[in-house]
Write a protein that binds this ligand. Structure first.
Ligand code: ADP
Ligand code: MG
Length: 616
């Protein structure tokens, strides 16, 4: 049983050290006291003895010369009864003790951490919001006395410490000699230390609540394991932060807690299911059956499309594009490391009140990691990453913005047009390179932001002005515009039939709280749809020869056509060619095919054309 509780790390243990068994034991027992949930002292003791035996043989040969000399010195002082009591065990300890979670340990939601968990080992999932730089944390300070030349040790257990000034050795004390203590960095002990801020998963935040945050303290080998935006499963002790000095006065109201990290598992790559969602009402078999059934249905694409936001009337092409965006296409990495983006970016531009924001909200709930922000409420740093200084510790911290937090997911940006120009440019890198590079405040790093972007914007004058050209209406910088694979113009037109249908639809939804029956038959429920998208995402289709030929032909034709009309704004670039490739790959994915064929290319082309219908 102990095996899954206790894991040793660190490699340097001196077999000659006679006090080692006791010290390991003390350490373990201390931890056990800490986690009152695991108490079985007797079995721990016997296990420890055998563990120590094996440890000793394993590490016997692994000490280098330098270390040996240091240890000998230490042991000699240890034998001297005068100084023996002064050597803190931390200094001679050559290992770290961490607790690995038991396999069957269930993770709790961050929202559920409360007073009852204090002092216990907890396991939770969260997204890393920010990390500090790793820096050394002093554990034991060693001084040497100028008068009696003995070493003086000071173990540090709290955040602040007052350096010793007078030699406490009996010799100096009785003689009352004047002495100075000099710090010996090489004899002192430092550990790597990092603070990480963890944010609740978006799926777990109840509507109208602010996501909860937790501070995590990481030591030694646990540092530098995660970056902002990573989804991690963390095991650690939930502890109160010891208040010191002035703040001790407020101890009655203990608000500060932290997690002493013990184990981190980073979940990279594609995610399955909604972050932390507890919607697993359907068992796996039921889900398998539902999806198999779905695959066999006629007109699958239109069923799936209709199942996205059925409460919203019309916008079928937009919904289809959203479906493709959610499924995406695989990112390709060439032999020499060049990456070709697979995420599909979408921009919805249109008059106010055509349900753009509503569609964005729906997309966030369908994506495994959906983040919703608005252009007015976010700055460039808020979207990409910010370098902050922690007010308490005065350390430089790196905080991931919305785009980083949506890594491997979808980032919805509403009111895109109302963003400042400087902030818009911050998105350029993310949209093509899928990374966020920052060089400020002494931090130089690149974070992953492999996210698809769904933007919603109003036309230049707030409403679409038919007296102007489409490009005057759209009014986005060409560099940004060309990065969107698809741009939809949603224009509020007066049309008797469609107005009536929309009104009927909206009133029905308002009365019955669900979408009216459609002729396509039964719609797919959200969990099934989400799972379907997830499974489709695992497919990596490649272009067939015919499909590649078709795309080439389309590209050449389009370019030729454009060179004839004088319209400098609308032009087809290799980027638009890649857009077609991505869209057709996504179509193939939706059909669970590993080869992209001509049909997919044609469908993609139709969709692109439909998005570019502009009224005259
Ligand atoms: P926008 O962000 O485009 O300005 P909203 O998404 O805020 O508009 O939509 C305004 C309201 O109108 C929403 O409550 C939405 O449900 C409703 N609405 C607009 N168009 C439709 C539609 N086609 N079907 C159903 N509801 C609609
Ligand atoms: Mg809106």
């Amino acid at each position: 049983e102990l095996d899954d509780i206790v894991a040793f790390c660190g490699t340097k243990v001196n077999s000659q050290d006679r006090t080692l068994p006791q010290r390991i034991e003390q350490n373990v027992l201390r931890y056990i006291d800490l986690f009152s949930s695991i108490v079985d002292r007797k079995s721990v003791k016997s296990e420890l003895n055998s563990l120590t035996q094996t440890q000793n043989t394993i590490f016997n040969s692994q000490i280098d010369e330098n270390e040996k000399r240091k240890r000998e010195l230490l042991l000699r002082t240890q034998e001297n009864p005068d100084t023996q009591s002064q050597i803190p065990p931390e200094l001679t300890r050559r290992f770290n003790l961490v607790f690995a979670p038991r396999k069957k340990m269930v993770s709790i939601k961050m929202r559920e951490t409360n007073a009852a968990q204090i002092g216990h080992l907890v396991k939770l999932r969260g997204v890393v919001l920010r990390t500090t730089v790793v820096h050394p944390l002093i554990q034991v300070v060693t001084y040497t006395c100028s008068a009696c030349h003995t070493s003086v040790y000071q173990a540090i257990n709290s955040r602040q410490f007052i350096p010793l000034t007078n030699c406490p050795s009996p010799v100096c004390k009785t003689n009352k000699t004047s002495n100075t203590l000099t710090l010996l960095p090489r004899e002192s002990k430092f550990v790597k230390y990092q603070e990480v801020r963890l944010q609740e998963l978006t799926g777990e935040v109840p509507v109208g609540h602010i996501p909860r945050h937790l501070t995590v303290h990481l030591h030694g080998e646990l540092t530098n394991q995660c970056l902002p935006g990573d989804l991690i499963t963390l095991t650690g002790a939930f502890l109160p932060l010891p208040a010191t000095g002035f703040r001790r006065m407020r101890m009655g109201l203990l608000t500060d807690t932290y997690i002493l990290g013990q184990n981190i598992v980073v979940e990279r790559g594609s995610l399955s299911g909604k972050d932390g969602a507890t919607e697993e009402e359907l068992t796996t078999e039921e889900m398998d059956r539902a999806i198999d059934e779905l695959k066999r249905r006629q007109g699958l694409l239109s069923i799936l499309t209709a199942s996205i936001a059925p409460e919203i009337y019309g916008h079928d092409n937009v919904k289809k594009a959203m479906l493709l965006q959610l499924v995406g296409s695989p990112t390709r990495i060439t032999g020499d490391g060049m990456t070709i983006r697979g995420d599909i970016h979408l921009c919805l531009m249109g008059d106010p009140g055509v349900a753009k924001s509503q569609l964005l909200k729906v997309a966030t709930t369908l994506s495994p990691r959906g983040v919703y922000t608005t252009g007015k409420g976010s700055t460039g740093a808020g979207l990409t990453a910010a370098v902050l200084r922690d007010p308490v510790t005065n350390q430089v911290m790196l905080e991931g913005g919305s785009l980083v937090m949506a890594d491997n997911g979808l980032c919805c940006i509403d009111e895109f047009d109302k963003m400042d120009d400087a902030d818009k440019t911050a998105i350029h890198e993310v949209m093509e390179q899928q990374t966020v590079s920052i060089a400020k405040g002494g931090v130089n790093t690149t974070l992953n932001a492999r996210t698809a972007i769904l933007a919603a914007a109003n036309p230049a004058a707030g409403r679409y002005n038919r007296n102007r050209t489409p490009w005057e209406n759209i009014n986005l910088p060409p560099a940004l515009l060309s990065r969107f694979d698809l741009l939809f113009l949603l224009i509020d037109q007066v049309d008797d039939d469609s107005d009536r249908n929309t009104a009927l639809h909206i009133t029905t939804v308002h009365r019955t709280l669900k979408a009216p029956e459609r002729e396509t038959g039964e719609l797919v429920s959200q969990p099934v749809l989400r799972e379907y998208i997830n499974r489709a995402k695992r497919i990596r289709p490649v272009l067939s020869d015919e499909a590649a030929a078709r795309i080439t032909q389309l590209f050449v034709d389009q370019r030729k056509q454009e060179s004839m009309v004088q319209n400098p704004q609308s032009y087809t670039t290799p980027r638009s060619l890649l857009a077609i490739v991505r869209l057709s790959t996504a179509f193939a994915r939706l059909d669970f095919r590993t080869v992209v064929d001509v049909r997919d290319v044609d469908e993609a082309k139709t969709l692109v054309d439909s998005s570019q219908v502009v009224l005259d």
